[in-house]
Design a protein around this ligand. Structure first.
Ligand SMILES: [Zn+2]
Ligand SMILES: [Zn+2]
Length: 262
């Protein structure tokens, strides 16, 4: 599909006809995050003070609650990254997902633990949801990540066996219960393999935790999580609820997900 029209982020006319619905300026405006963060789950800290301790960990990681070893992301869920996440998830922009996946992979090309992984696994959608959306946005991202890092993509191993009810307003404990038993590994053993699990957005980490638990039960040696963005749960859920109920930008006269703003 070609996009001779306007950039779906800033609405300026696209000068070059290409496969992406966003302009070069919006693309180069994507900012990666390098600020203070939890050494394990990557949760951003509001200040650098926790970094002065030996192990800069958030409260959850200090309790060792997650089954994954590390979670990293390209940037914070704000600005043009936020708009592109919404386009990817609700605007049916599969090609954009692949390109964003390459961007994400490129950002971690020299990361030691990421380099040790051999297998990229996307967080799966339930098949009813995938049918409705036409594709799994995490899979589009994972394909780009795998390509960027020269790893193999396996989207047939981890399955979502029941749809997850909305997480809106739930506490961390309730979210964990909400996704418990939602995933299953089918097929081959992952014995001894470090796995790179890819998703679009991480909020509390409950979904990645549930996936990592299954991957480890199937023998995965380690699970590293890579997401495009890291978001505050309430901000993400509000956006997702508003955008999810809007028609896609390709619908005639429809509201685009990008109109979801404060
Ligand atoms: Zn633009
Ligand atoms: Zn943490």
């Amino acid at each position: 599909m070609l996009f001779p029209g306007a950039c779906l982020v800033c609405r300026q006319p696209l000068v070059r006809i290409g496969r992406l619905p966003v302009c070069g300026e919006c693309w180069s405006g994507l900012k990666s995050y390098h600020g203070p963060a939890c050494a394990e789950c990557g949760r951003p800290f509001p200040s650098s003070v926790p970094l002065l301790t030996d192990t800069p960990l958030c409260g959850l990681c200090r309790q060792g609650v997650f089954h994954f070893e590390r979670a990293r992301y390209f940037g914070l869920y704000e600005g043009s990254l936020r708009q592109m996440v919404l386009l990817l998830k609700f605007g049916r922009q599969e090609q954009l997902g692949y390109r964003l996946g390459r961007l994400l992979g490129d950002a971690y090309r020299f990361h030691e633990e990421v380099q040790q992984c051999r297998l990229v696994v996307p967080v799966p959608l339930h098949r009813a949801r995938k049918r409705e959306r036409g594709f799994n946005q995490a899979e589009a991202l994972a394909a780009g990540v795998a390509r960027s890092l020269g790893l193999s993509l396996n989207s047939g191993i981890l399955h979502r066996i029941r749809p997850t009810p909305p997480q809106t307003g739930l506490s961390y404990g309730a979210r964990r219960r909400n996704v418990q038993g939602a995933f299953e590994v089918r097929g081959r053993s992952l014995r001894g393999q470090p796995v790179l699990l890819v998703d679009d957005v991480m909020t509390t980490g409950a979904t990645a935790h549930a996936c990592a638990m299954r991957l480890k039960q199937a023998g995965a040696e380690k699970v590293l999580v890579l997401t495009l963005a890291r978001a505050e749960p309430l901000v993400w859920e509000r956006d997702a609820a508003l955008a999810g109920s809007a028609p896609s930008p390709t619908d005639e006269g429809g509201r685009t997900p990008l109109e979801v703003r404060e």
